[in-house]
Design a binder for this molecule. Structure first.
Ligand code: NI
Length: 261
């Protein structure tokens, strides 16, 4: 997407309400705007960040929000949580339920609790006709099993910071899910995700930073921010042998299509 000769980018997953932006959030967001970051989806991960994501989206035109409980915090959910999320999702700046899913790397919540709360939030998204933002860390098999069980085909969603195989990517595509590519695509030895990017049509890819996490090369180790999403787009362009502008434009349109913006 271009405006004059300015390339427009959509960072489809960031946490700008994170404490690491406490000191300079306003300047960072002004810088994003100046650098062509035209849209940002700020993802929630617990009840506190549901509220702070919405607050940020209400303050800035170019920021949208999601509401949802991350698997790390699945154990904090009770029988009122779904109703609260449902109420928050009525805000017109809320465009998705997320991030939700499974995390078997940290196992901060028991796995059966993670699965149960993931399914409940998928069900909520279906009722509200909102797409889901899925967090999947070392839990590929169970994610696909739940997708099957919940019959998620064509409900709309994205596997954020996709880390699965080409085979899994193809299965997700059949269900109508987008795959979001993040900073680790720029890391040396990330053969698996490079192969995914090569094989999956640009129509089904999104780009994200997951700021302040997952900073791409050449800034790996520093705090991430949405401006660095261009390094992800550049890497995709390089892998696919296409122009950077085409990656920027297509992923921008893809994100708008998925989130109904
Ligand atoms: Ni995230």
């Amino acid at each position: 997407m271009k405006e004059g000769n300015r390339v427009m980018l959509f960072d489809t997953h960031a946490h700008l309400d994170d404490d690491r932006f406490h000191e300079d959030r306003k300047q960072v967001l002004e810088q994003c705007k100046a650098e062509g970051i035209e849209l940002i989806l700020n993802a929630a991960s617990d009840m506190k960040t549901c509220h702070s994501s919405i607050a940020l989206a209400e303050e800035y035109d170019f920021i949208y929000a999601s509401v949802g409980i991350h698997p790390h915090d699945a154990k904090s959910m009770d029988n009122k949580t779904i109703d609260i999320l449902s109420g928050l999702a009525a805000n017109s700046k809320v465009k998705a339920i997320g991030e939700i899913g499974l995390d078997y790397h940290y196992d901060f919540s028991p796995r059966d609790v993670q699965k149960q709360r993931f399914m409940e939030q998928i069900d909520l998204a279906m009722q509200l006709k909102l797409p889901i933002i899925v967090h999947d860390r070392e839990s590929h098999g169970d994610i696909m099993e739940i997708f099957k069980k919940m019959n998620v085909k064509n409900m709309g969603g994205v596997l954020h910071s996709f880390s699965g195989s080409v085979e899994m990517a193809r299965e997700c595509l059949k269900l109508g899910f987008y795959l979001s590519i993040s900073g680790p695509i720029t890391f040396k030895n990330n053969v698996k995700t490079v192969e995914v990017v090569r094989e999956i049509p640009l129509d089904m890819l999104l780009i994200e930073t997951d700021s302040p996490y997952l900073t791409p090369v050449p800034y790996r180790g520093q705090r991430n921010y949405p401006g660095y999403v261009r390094y992800v787009a550049e890497k995709i362009a390089e892998i696919k042998g296409i122009a950077f502008d085409e990656v920027a434009q297509k992923t921008f349109e893809n994100g708008k299509r998925l989130f109904g913006i």
